[in-house]
Design a binder for this molecule. Structure first.
Ligand code: PLP
Length: 304
């Protein structure tokens, strides 16, 4: 059983222990690129069309060349097949601006000086982190942290790339390490107005009776695929699903708070800023709705 799979966009399966990036890759130098993280379950990349559509949207936000989704789809299928169906995997799509100061290769193989570099693109599958099973089964302890921005910024400051999944995640990872030092598992970012934004790698959804609420993307949060999958199934099951702004205080008074993300799926917040939150009756139902939502067949048009 392989423990990692690496596939480049030309469809080649590569040795994951062989070097792939150049030292001057702009993804490494500046974090200038985009990515997706996808769950491999039963040998398939879950909700892949939604991920491909968001990859295209993120690339557009960074003025990267429009990704060839057919090539990506093939590389993902190859990687998921290599990984197999015995266990879950975490599949990453990585797309960076490519090499600094190297022109793109022409068809004849010569370099065009001054032309934009060819993007770096690959698919990498690895085992799912151990914390994932615990988060699904027992939930996560969370602290709220200020992100230091207003919800108005998303509309007025497109250079902040708030709706794109970019490779610049150093501050997100620093927030998670800060949380770990406070003995917490995860973080919910808040705006300068004390509005709830998102986690460093997840979407926040709160539940009250038969209602689900998540902050709208215009507040500067990444539109979440797992949240979208949950909403699609929950609506069919009679839930009232909303995109509305809410405040930190609303987290405490909710019946339950969830962090949703493609690999961990549904992690219930079991404590918030030190306050214990007990599981609601519908906890299993929410987890099942997410499972069903990501297993269904999506089309790119569903991401519009
Ligand atoms: C990836 C991510 C999400 C949500 O993830 P999905 O995998 O689409 O469910 C939310 N917020 C941030 C910051 C993320 O990076």
């Amino acid at each position: 059983m392989v423990d990692r799979v690496l596939v480049t966009l030309d469809g080649t399966v590569r040795d994951p222990d062989e070097p792939l990036l150049y030292a001057d890759d702009i993804g490494a130098l500046r974090g200038d690129g985009v990515f997706e993280t996808v769950l491999v379950r039963d040998g398939k990349a879950c909700a892949i069309e939604l991920h491909l559509a968001r990859l295209r949207r993120s690339a557009e936000a960074l003025d990267l060349p429009d990704p060839d989704l057919g090539q990506w789809r093939t590389a993902v299928e190859t990687a998921a097949k290599e990984w197999g169906s015995e266990r879950e995997g975490m599949l990453r799509l990585v797309l960076s601006r490519g090499r600094d100061s190297i022109g793109s290769t022409t068809r004849a193989g010569s370099r065009k000086p001054g032309a934009p570099a060819a993007p770096t693109a690959y698919v990498l599958v690895a085992a799912v982190a151990e914390r994932v099973q615990t988060a699904r089964a027992e939930g996560v302890s969370v602290i709220t942290l200020p992100r230091g921005i207003s919800v108005d910024l998303a509309q007025n400051a497109p250079w902040l790339l708030l709706g794109a999944k970019t490779l610049s995640y150093a501050t997100n990872m620093a927030a998670l390490r800060f949380a770990a030092r406070m003995d917490a598992d995860d973080v919910i970012f808040t705006s300068t107005e004390h509005r709830v934004l998102e986690g460093p790698r997840s979407t926040v959804v709160i539940q009250r009776d038969k209602q689900l609420i998540t902050p709208p993307s215009r507040n500067g949060v990444l539109p979440g695929i797992t949240q979208r999958a949950l909403y699609a199934e929950a609506e069919k099951a009679g839930w009232d699903c909303r995109y509305e702004s809410f405040f930190t205080a609303d987290l405490i008074t909710a019946d339950s708070v969830w962090l949703l993300s493609s690999v961990t799926l549904a992690a219930r917040v079991s404590s918030l800023d030190g306050l214990r939150m007990s599981p609601p009756e519908c906890a299993d139902e929410i987890a099942e709705l997410v499972d069903r939502g990501i297993a269904r067949t999506w089309s790119g048009a569903d991401w519009a």
